[in-house]
Ligand binder design. Structure first.
Ligand code: NAG
Ligand code: NAG
Length: 179
């Protein structure tokens, strides 16, 4: 009887320890995906432009196609937003060994090396869960697309903070209280 109780307690203790807070995860995905988007936008060749339709008169009195840089084009940004969630395939869920906090770890870094933080974390194994990083990302991008485009067009700093914290409840109060 006593042993059963201990086992049951252990069982619940363990499930609780592994349970991922969906809001916490969503918040991490929001920040990571906007960080990836930021990197992708920064890689755009600044001389590349997109025709936005219509004409303008240049200083010599010639008609020229109206164009904007790709990095500020609504259409181009929208396409990038649609693609960015595939980047979530590079990430795994893990908890820091030092403090147990949930994190998203990019397995292979930009320069093609294994992430050094790998030894600092415990990976959370769950096939289904890995996939849903993309799922969370797609939901966030759909919900916040207009804001994200607006911020990239106007060159806002800390787009992730604006979008994930200030303009949505994605990283809500609950998380701040927990920290
Ligand atoms: C947990 O530890 C990691 C790495 O040591 C650190 O980056 C992170 O800020 C810590 N989180 C908290 C909530 O202390
Ligand atoms: C999920 O992540 C774990 C840990 O890296 C990995 O072993 C597993 O293959 C991943 N599953 C899928 C479906 O990607």
């Amino acid at each position: 009887m006593k042993i059963t109780l201990v086992l049951v307690t252990l069982f619940f203790y363990n499930t609780k320890a592994q349970k991922i807070d969906a809001q916490e995860l969503r918040c991490l995905v929001c920040k990571v995906s906007l960080d990836e988007l930021h990197k992708a936008v920064n890689k755009i060749d600044p001389t590349k432009t997109v025709d936005v339709g219509g004409y303008r008169l240049d200083s010599d009195g010639n008609y020229r196609h109206k164009s904007v840089s790709q990095a500020k084009s609504e259409v181009h940004l929208s396409e990038m937003i649609e693609d960015i969630c595939t980047k979530m395939d590079d990430y795994v869920r893990a908890t820091w060994k030092s403090n147990g906090t949930l994190t998203l770890l990019k397995l292979i870094t930009e320069d093609g090396k294994m992430n050094n933080d790998m030894s600092e974390v415990n990976l959370i194994q769950d096939d289904d869960l890995n996939k849903s990083l993309k799922y969370y990302c797609e939901g966030i991008m759909e919900e916040m697309e207009e804001n994200i485009i607006k911020h990239f067009q106007s060159g806002t700093e800390d787009v992730d903070k604006k979008v994930c914290v200030e303009e949505s409840a994605i990283c809500g109060k609950k998380i701040n209280e927990e920290l």
